[in-house]
Design a protein around this ligand. Structure first.
Ligand code: NDP
Ligand code: MG
Length: 380
């Protein structure tokens, strides 16, 4: 029985993780549930899965959650500090880290220090922490199992290839809702338009990141860090059908791809059962559904965020934390209708230009760079 801690249990990845646990009760049990502010769903999940520990980041919801779980033998905590220090309060075998945004950084950092394996959906942890977080994971022998579908695909393609060098990673992208549009069109994009993703159903923040293609930029950084390759070796490729989840090219020119319907069930479950594969209830793939697969290059003049992300990881150090913080501030300002869609890359570029990079930042440096960037570029 693997004891699972789900961080971000009320979100898109979190609820899909619980679906997998529900389907394999002989394999997994839930030890910890952590949510932001959705007390109603968190209570429901706790009553169903009977974890040892529950944390709600929003302290104003503590009483409601504690009262509802009073008759159960469940420890209830609240506040961001409790989320960050979850490893002091609970024991488990695998963390599924599915908090959204920078709030996931400290829990990831402390989980690595606690030497617990992590199935990582919160890509912002890697973007913020950069090489520091990977070094820490290596020093502590902590496996980071990718949940992001592209990185799961790459990870799957690399199985059995231990002695072989990666020549290129072909990182696939759906292209998002504005594929093929020009810069003028982008000036007219509203939150409603950007929240309609053609192939994936996800939380709001990553859906906007997918519309600007910052999500692909983050994923390039994620691939560089997880698979120890140069930025030039990671080539984004648009596959609008989202059927090829990514590919790896080896030195002999051979390319391996991982394919399937667009679903997060497989990548989440693979990270949870690795190195084994377990059955799913997914419909068997029918090639007749996809008589043609197509591929395109990304238009980086229209989707500026991709090159901003590449620049940030090339500079390295604290620059990727600035990229993440400026993006987060800009995305929420856009969702709150304070700025235009095209202001998102403008704000990020400005923040990056004005930053003096710390080349080997500590955890504390990254926390303070994040706070300073948010303070300086948030739209009041
Ligand atoms: P959602 O917005 O759907 O869910 C986010 C989760 O994080 C919710 O449970 C939310 O709680 C919780 N949360 C937010 N802030 C805090 C906090 N301060 N402390 C504790 N919990 C918090 O996001 P997704 O599930 O879509 O994405 C989660 C992560 O996975 C992101 O980093 C994303 O980039 C990544 N990812 C997602 C994919 C997807 O298909 N959705 C695919 C690949 C990666 P509450 O709702 O209670 O406020
Ligand atoms: Mg992805």
């Amino acid at each position: 029985m693997k004891r699972i801690a789900v961080l971000g249990s009320t979100g898109s990845i979190g609820t899909q993780t619980l679906d997998i646990v529900r389907r394999h009760p002989d394999m997994f049990c839930i030890e910890v549930l952590v949510a932001g502010s959705n007390s109603e769903l968190l209570i429901k999940q706790a009553l169903e899965f009977n974890p040892n520990t529950v944390v709600i980041a929003d302290s104003s919801k503590y009483k409601e959650v504690a009262d509802a779980l009073q008759s159960k033998d469940i420890k209830v905590f609240s506040g961001q500090e409790s989320v960050n220090h979850i490893n002091d309060a609970a024991d488990y075998d695998l963390m599924v880290q599915a908090i959204v945004g920078f709030s996931g950084f400290e829990p990831t950092y402390r989980t690595i220090l606690a030497k617990k394996p992590i199935a990582l959906a919160n890509k912002e942890s890697l973007v913020v922490g950069g090489r520091m977080i990977m070094q820490l994971a290596a020093d502590n022998h902590v496996p980071i199992l990718p949940v992001d579908s592209e990185h799961s695909a790459i990870f799957q393609c690399l199985q059995g290839e231990h002695y072989n060098k990666i020549s290129r990673i072909l990182l696939t992208a759906s292209g998002g809702p504005f594929r093929g549009k020009n810069p003028d069109f982008m000036e007219t994009v509203t939150p409603e338009m950007a929240l309609k993703h053609p192939t994936w159903k996800m939380g709001n923040k990553i859906t906007i990141d997918s519309a600007t293609l910052m999500n692909k930029g983050f994923e390039i950084i994620e691939a560089v860090l997880l698979f120890n390759v140069d930025v030039q070796q990671v080539e984004p490729v648009i596959n609008p059908q989202s059927v090829i989840h990514s590919m790896v090219e080896f030195e002999d020119g051979s390319i391996k791809a991982q394919m399937g319907y667009p679903t997060m069930t497989i990548p989440i479950q693979y990270a949870m059962t690795y190195p084994l594969r377990y059955p799913t209830l997914l419909k068997k793939f029918d090639f007749a559904d996809y008589p043609a697969l197509s591929f395109e290059k990304i238009d980086t003049d229209t989707f500026r965020c991709v090159n901003l992300a590449k620049e940030a990881i090339n500079i390295g150090g604290s620059m990727t934390a600035v990229l993440n913080a400026a993006n987060e501030v800009a995305v929420y300002a856009f969702l709150n209708r304070k700025i235009r869609f095209t202001d998102i890359p403008r704000i990020i570029a400005k923040a990056m230009n004005e930053h003096n990079t710390i080349s080997n930042p500590t955890f504390e440096d990254l926390i303070s760079v994040d706070a300073q960037t948010r303070e300086k570029y948030s739209i009041k």
